[in-house]
Design a protein around this ligand. Structure first.
Ligand SMILES: Nc1ncnc2c1ncn2[C@@H]1O[C@H](COP(=O)(O)OP(=O)(O)O)[C@@H](O)[C@H]1O
Ligand SMILES: [Mg+2]
Length: 372
């Protein structure tokens, strides 16, 4: 609450004036200066408290540079995203297109968009949202909310902050506090279908008006520089049918909304999403490319560049992943670590900085040779 002008301070101000007059006319030379000093201190303390509270409640909207947002060139991000998120080129292109449109009209009264990413587990939904956060707001971490932890109606308070006096109110809301701290955020609502309907409802305001107030502090969080990505594992079968039937994105989106409504999402909520995307099962060739990317990334962490990995090494990784097929490529990074880490030590000992990797058919071990 902002401290209001308490009558006590009006009295103090009057005392200040009266004592000042007494002081000027040399009456009560000890008492009057003391009263004068006391009232001055009290007024200064009060002014300081008010200024501090104002600073604390400073509108996060003031921090957003909407002109800079409108100048952003999302089209330039597409290639980098397609390079890192394999097998979803069409999704990336349309997503970037929608985001660009929203960026061009960025304003305090709307978010930068809300997108529903639907697909089986381990196809890159969360990963795509995380990478988009890197390009949209470099240097700011995305807010990742695991919505399966919001299954109770009370969890609205976890998201928007418990009312004053309740446990955890100083910490604020899991959604609101990071945005109050820094309004340039990508917000990932992971496994969105799993949260309580009341939790979904409390997002209506945020998505509609681009703002909401934190229940703990009463401060308004502004989402004008935020993009929302909700991921969902349900409804894949229905969307597959729609995607096979129609290529027109607008028709797809409309039919996808109906399909997701049948999955239990409220139509009013679905209407607040700019678009729905299907990120379906990855093809074998995409998985092979992801294996190459992850292998290079893993070795780079140890300061070693992989200049070539033989098809046998990749095939071995894919073979091992087959056991975990139902998790998409979720286990692939770990399997690649298991497969190649024993060879890293040898490569480091030999001081190699660039290597090629081959598979020893007899032992199934990865052989490392220094590459030029
Ligand atoms: N299409 C993809 N391209 C590149 N890497 C991917 C892809 N899909 C998944 N991955 C890798 O697998 C990990 C887990 O994927 P994730 O995005 O969490 O899956 P989900 O679709 O279940 O959200 C990611 O961190 C990333 O390293
Ligand atoms: Mg995910």
């Amino acid at each position: 609450m902002t401290p209001s002008l308490h009558p006590l301070y009006l009295i103090l101000a009057a005392v200040f004036v009266v004592t000042g007059l007494y002081f000027l006319h040399d009456r009560a030379p000890i008492l009057m200066p003391c009263l004068l000093a006391a009232s001055l201190i009290a007024i200064a303390v009060r002014a300081w408290l008010i200024a501090r509270e104002r600073r604390r409640r400073r509108d996060s909207r003031a921090v957003i540079d909407f002109e800079a947002l409108r100048q952003k060139d999302a089209a330039g991000w597409a290639d980098w995203l397609k390079l890192n998120v394999r097998g979803h080129d069409a999704v990336v292109e349309r997503l970037i297109e929608r985001l660009q449109q929203n960026l061009m009209v960025a304003s305090p009264h709307r978010t930068l968009g809300a997108f529903l990413l639907v697909g089986p587990t381990g196809t890159g939904k969360t990963f795509l949202a995380e990478l988009l956060a890197k390009v949209l707001h470099p240097g700011t971490d995305p807010v990742v909310l695991r919505m399966n932890q919001y299954k109770d109606h009370q969890d609205v308070f976890t998201l928007l902050g418990p009312p004053p006096g309740q446990p955890g109110y100083e910490v604020g809301g899991a959604l609101t506090r990071p945005v109050l701290d820094n309004p340039h955020r990508v917000i990932i609502l992971d496994e969105f279908e799993k949260c309580h309907p009341d939790v979904k409802h409390c997002l209506y305001d945020v998505l509609d008006r681009g703002q909401c107030s934190e229940k703990s502090s009463g401060r308004t969080a502004h989402f004008g520089a935020c993009a929302f990505f909700a991921t969902c594992n349900g409804g894949v079968e229905s969307l597959r049918g729609i995607w096979a039937d129609t290529k027109d994105p607008a028709v797809r989106a409309a039919r996808a909304r109906d399909a997701m409504a049948r999955e239990g999402f409220e139509k009013a909520l679905l209407a607040r999403f700019d678009d729905i995307f299907l990120m379906d099962q990855l093809k074998a060739v995409d998985i092979a490319e992801i294996a190459c990317l992850q292998l290079a990334k893993h070795w780079r962490q140890y300061g070693i560049e992989v200049s070539y990995a033989s098809p046998e090494v990749i095939a071995e990784a894919l073979q091992r992943n087959r056991e975990f097929q139902e998790y998409g490529v979720r286990q692939l990074a770990r399997l690649i670590q298991d497969l190649t880490t024993p060879s890293i030590e040898a490569a480091r000992k030999s001081g190699a900085r660039r290597v090629r990797l081959d598979l020893d058919a007899a032992t199934g071990r990865v052989l490392v040779t220094e590459a030029p």
